[in-house]
Design a protein around this ligand. Structure first.
Ligand code: SAM
Length: 330
């Protein structure tokens, strides 16, 4: 039975679940993975696909209708398309999507599409081999671009490209990203660097606001605003010329916490109520302890009340203890 009162203690309706299927990743992005690495969740603590499905059905009963699979790198977990296939058959899920770094996408795009995935976000921060190596540890930007092209060819729609712009690292590539959006049927989204977990991002010197990015673009391109879709945190524009779109996600300079409809399920079954907050709730123990669906639904409803009013990004090194983005899934 779908319920219509899945709201937190601040009256925000919760309809969007992001599920991290792994905390492992084949990239080492400087803003995501801490320099010394972090302890991976041990195999026995990772939710199986059956467990993810069981919890997803509880979330859907509560009113969740949008699910995104993320990680770590979700395509690094074996046979992800089988999970996609099972999730796509849960009545009530209207929107099933995936965030990926794109490295394995060319190989898996067809299977994922056939399994029922219809839209996809791909991370790409640079078109330069040297910078890809600098940002992510090794250079596979050609594989990511091939993955993007394959996703378009297979029929994913929309295909969104997530780009984190960092001062004096890739802030000279904004024109290339806009050109990419003009030439491809994709939405390139500029995501502000969030000061999570490590000394790299705690150093505010890399932060670039999306207002600055917009001003740069305005020097040589005209962006026409698109209507804002309900629940969409991105401010979307269409370049006056070209086929794609440009989006801005300005979590730091213009936080959207008052409209936040998201909760996150970590790879170990921990419910995380805010991307950058300490409020969590262990769902794995009751799930494995034999609680009924009705009991799990009630626990999730109560846990949602822990969702804080707003995120706690401060950019200080103390943030290191709060979250590794690679564990939470962005
Ligand atoms: N591996 C997948 C991917 O690359 O999309 C999914 C996980 S990744 C953590 C999800 C998104 O979070 C990526 O687009 C990444 O750029 C973004 N991200 C990670 N750390 C970030 C940070 N400190 N600030 C802004 N975005 C970040």
């Amino acid at each position: 039975m779908i319920q219509d009162d899945f709201v937190d203690s601040f009256g925000r309706g919760i309809s969007y679940l992001r599920i991290s299927v792994t905390d492992r990743c084949n990239l080492r992005c400087c803003y995501c993975i801490p320099p010394g690495g972090f302890p991976f969740t041990c195999r026995t603590d990772i939710l199986s696909y059956e467990e993810i499905l069981r919890l997803s059905e509880c979330f859907v009963d509560l009113g969740i209708d949008k699910i995104r699979l993320t990680g770590g790198e979700p395509l690094a977990r074996r046979n992800l398309s089988s999970l996609v296939n099972a999730l796509s058959q849960i009545p009530g899920i209207k929107d099933l999507s995936l965030s990926t770094n794109g490295i394995f996408l060319a190989d898996q795009a067809e299977d994922l599409f056939e399994a029922g995935l219809k839209r996809i976000n791909i991370s790409l921060d640079t078109f330069s081999s040297a910078k890809f190596r600098q940002i992510a540890g090794w250079d596979v930007h050609h594989r990511v671009v091939t993955g993007i092209e394959k996703a378009i060819q297979v029929g994913f729609h929309p295909v969104k490209i997530n780009a984190v712009i960092m001062k004096e690292i890739n802030d000279d590539e904004i024109e290339s990203f806009v050109a990419f959006a003009m030439e491809h049927p994709v939405e390139v989204r500029f995501i502000e660097l969030m000061p999570t977990h490590n000394s790299f991002v705690a150093k505010k010197k890399y932060f670039v606001s999306n207002d600055w990015v917009k001003n740069e673009i305005a020097k040589w391109a005209v962006l026409l605003p698109e209507p804002r879709l309900p629940g969409d945190v991105s401010e979307v524009y269409r370049p006056a010329h070209g086929v794609g779109k440009i989006g801005f996600i300005s979590s730091i300079s213009h936080p959207f916490c008052s409209e936040c409809n998201r909760i996150r399920l970590r790879v170990d079954g921990t419910l995380k109520l805010c991307l950058h907050g300490e409020e969590t709730f262990d769902l794995r123990t009751p799930l494995r302890g034999g609680k009924s669906k009705a009991e799990l639904v009630q626990l999730i409803r109560e846990a949602a009340q822990l969702k804080p009013k707003g995120h706690q990004f401060t950019g200080s090194v103390e943030d290191e203890a709060v979250a590794y983005m690679c564990q939470v899934g962005g």
